[in-house]
Ligand binder design. Structure first.
Ligand code: BGC
Length: 730
């Protein structure tokens, strides 16, 4: 948590009074790492200019510089050579781990385990800090309801309550409770706001959200992050009500810094300033600087707008000095909080690099998180878990042998091909099996910046895979998306198994239907055929460094899966956006005639609901008791019993429905959850309390209200299965 803002006020004011306008503007300028830092001084072009700017104290922050040697070299340049020696803050996309990679955030979120999520972020912070980084551009807390959007992998799903809790846990994990320690780093709540509502799921596309959704769905995770004293907020690429977020005064000044009293600083997204020209909102780069600074975007990432024009705009009076001073105060405060003025090299200790990177404890955290992220979607006839001494196991699918895909796409600090593959995981358990690839998923280069090419034609491995399946008792098929098929710039118009994989699945099924389907993917997939035919399906996302060990432990019963979906899985891409907490419509149906809200060629229902996830045991729900005698603290109790033969963890979920209100309310809203372990035969009474915080919403006048009337309650194992009751608020 940040210390109270006044702690450093005197020092900040003293420093500010010494700064020239150019130096102040410099603090608001962030550059990408750009030259071989330990090599010769850049002699020409853009690199030379950036180098000179650094020396002159005209840069406040760098991104994408990592490694103690490089960070120290740049910090020395600035501290020793610039007039005031104000240290830089070093930002990096530490999204799900630095060198030790934990599951993609959407996968981690399926754990619904806040302590584990906090620990995962903690480990990421320690490794990043050991490499000289002191600021991460995470957590991403954009709500998204559209599986086509590639960045759903980076978020915590579709529900504002869950995303708020997870975002807060991850902020705590990154920032710890004392930012000045070497192993805590500043976090970023991003992207303000609405980026996950890109139309048609196409990245960077137009966003058009109504104010009720803005206040009740998109804002709450940011409010929760600010309550955890998140140091920075990143604005988004998109427009909100026709105004790009970077130039949006209402979002950044009125709401964020006004109503919410945010004390940290706003970082623009990469080039989101200059993109206001493409949006048709700014005439030129000078106009960008004017609009963005006045709207409250404090630091400019890679647009060069402030560095080029802000000083002139202050001189001409188009941007007031107070605007610049406010931004600089905010930036300096975070630098003070991080302890950079006490020791600019606080994060530069080469010994730590050796000690903490890929530390065994970190790998243990990654394994634990990977196991907790796995969701058992289907298990007919209890095919899972498999027996370790089962004879004739076939493993099919290129992803089973893939050490790269499980790292996902946001793993800039990791070594390529460093994940434990599924094959390696099964081998480590000494379980005998035979492997056949079947078909490649991708062909060509696998990089963060290039479009991945999918194998759409080569089926030359089919025959071998089919023959193997035919002679085996059980087939583990590892199918899904390449790690570089989700993430930024990686939207999909299809939610199927890419390339020839569906064909491979059906061909193998034709000779041996005894299939366990292990899915690897960065977003919900729409796989109705698999759900209809395949007896057991495990959702394994992209699980990071320890992926194969977690998957093998789950396949062979050393781990009982407990994950629950943080996002709805559609039956068909045409249903998107699809989410559980929708409104009713005036024609919810079904009706006898066609005139109700439905498709004539597909069901309205999802394939797997939000919150869905099975276990190798069974949890029975009984004895729902609702006590509304204290109207400020409505108590809901339920008894959960493990009626199966093995121990397991359950996530008990509470949903409410405000039946009639001054603005329509969702059919269901998650308002509580608890995760716990029950031994076979063990029971537990779970108790929830519903207060104003859970029962209210922002009305049409944007006031937070709790309105009287009847509320529905559902408590259960997912958003579509539970015990129901009602209570009345008078
Ligand atoms: C992304 C941000 C990220 C930034 C810096 C942008 O393209 O949208 O989320 O933090 O790049 O790498």
């Amino acid at each position: 948590m940040l210390t109270p803002s006044n702690k450093y006020d005197a020092q900040i004011e003293a420093l500010l009074s010494k700064m020239t306008v150019a130096e102040k503007v410099g603090q608001m300028n962030q550059y990408n790492g750009f030259w071989d830092i330990t090599g010769p001084t850049p002699e020409q072009g853009d690199s030379k200019r950036k180098y000179e700017y650094l020396r002159q104290g005209l840069v406040g922050s760098m991104l994408n510089v990592k490694g103690v040697e490089d960070v120290r070299k740049i910090q020395e340049l600035v501290v020793n050579e610039s007039r005031l020696g104000i240290p830089l803050i070093f930002g990096f996309d530490v999204i799900h781990g630095q060198k030790t990679i934990t599951p993609i955030p959407l996968g981690e979120s399926a754990s619904w385990d806040l302590a584990a999520l906090e620990q995962s972020a903690r480990v990421a912070a320690v490794e990043a800090a050991a490499l000289g980084i002191n600021w991460t551009f995470a957590p991403m807390i954009d709500i998204s309801r559209d599986a086509r959007w590639g960045r759903v992998m980076e978020g915590a799903g579709e529900d504002p309550f869950l995303v708020s809790k997870i975002g807060a846990a991850r902020v705590r994990g990154f920032q710890g409770d004392d930012l000045s320690q070497w192993d805590t780093i500043a976090a970023t709540a991003k992207h303000l706001v609405g980026y996950g509502f890109a139309e048609a799921g196409r990245d960077y596309n137009t966003v058009d959200v109504g104010t009720s959704t803005l206040y009740n769905v998109l804002f709450p995770p940011f409010q929760a992050a600010i309550a955890e004293k998140v140091c920075t907020v990143m604005n988004s690429f998109n427009v909100v009500n026709g105004i790009p977020a970077t130039g949006n005064h209402f979002l950044q000044r009125d709401i964020l810094k006004g109503t919410w009293n945010f004390e940290g600083f706003v970082i623009s997204d990469w080039g989101s300033g200059i993109e206001m020209i493409a949006h048709g909102f700014a005439r030129d780069l000078e106009h960008v600087a004017e609009i963005a600074a006045n709207a409250g975007s404090d630091m400019d990432m890679e647009s060069d707008a402030y560095a080029s024009h802000l000083e002139g705009l202050v001189e001409s009076g188009k941007v007031k000095m107070e605007v610049v001073d406010d931004a600089v105060r905010r930036i300096l405060r975070v630098k003070f909080e991080l302890g950079l003025f006490d020791d600019p090299y606080r994060y530069c200790d080469a010994e730590r690099e050796k000690t903490y990177i890929l530390h065994p404890d970190h790998l243990a955290t990654a394994l634990d998180m990977a196991k907790k992220s796995i969701v058992l979607l289907k298990n007919d006839g209890q095919l899972l878990p498999l027996k370790k001494d089962q004879s004739k196991i076939a493993v099919i699918g290129a992803l089973a042998d893939d050490k790269n895909s499980p790292l996902g796409s946001w793993r800039l600090g990791a070594d390529d091909h460093s994940a434990i593959s599924v094959l390696e995981g099964i081998e480590a358990l000494s379980v005998p099996f035979t492997y056949a690839k079947g078909a490649d998923v991708s062909i060509g280069p696998e990089t963060f910046i290039e479009e991945i090419q999918i194998n759409e034609t080569d089926k030359s491995g089919f025959a071998e895979a089919i023959a193997l399946a035919e002679s085996s008792e059980v087939v583990i098929m590892v199918l899904g998306e390449h790690g570089y098929q989700s993430g930024e710039g990686r939207s999909r118009a299809n939610l199927d198994l890419p390339g020839v994989q569906q064909e491979l699945l059906e061909a193998v099924y034709a000779v041996n239907p005894n299939i366990v389907l292990v899915l690897m993917n960065g977003r919900p997939l729409a796989l109705p055929w698999a759900d209809d035919h395949i007896p057991a399906i495990l959702e394994c996302w992209h699980l990071g460094s320890q992926s194969g060990h977690a998957i093998a432990a789950t396949l062979f019963g050393d781990h009982n899966p407990s994950g629950k979906l943080p996002m709805t899985f559609p039956r068909h891409v045409g249903q998107c956006p699809l989410y559980y907490n929708h409104f009713r419509t005036g024609r919810p149906g079904p009706l006898d005639l066609v005139f109700w809200s439905h498709y004539i060629d597909e069901s309205n229902a999802p394939l797997y609901a939000f919150g869905h996830g099975l276990s190798y045991t069974h949890f029975d729900y009984s004895d729902l008791v609702i006590d509304a005698s204290d109207q400020k603290a409505v108590k809901v109790q339920v008894k959960v019993t493990n009626t199966g033969a093995v121990g397991g963890e359950e996530v008990c979920q509470l949903y409410i429905h405000d039946k009639v209100a001054s603005i329509v309310r969702p059919v269901k809203e998650l308002k509580g959850f608890e995760k716990f372990y029950l031994a076979p035969g063990e029971a537990k009474v779970v108790e929830f309390t519903l207060t104003e915080a859970e029962l209210g919403f922002y009305n049409n006048a944007y006031e937070y209200v709790v309105e009287p009337g009847e509320f529905g309650v559902m408590v259960g194992t997912s958003s579509d299965v539970g015990l129901t009751g009602t209570f009345e608020l008078k």
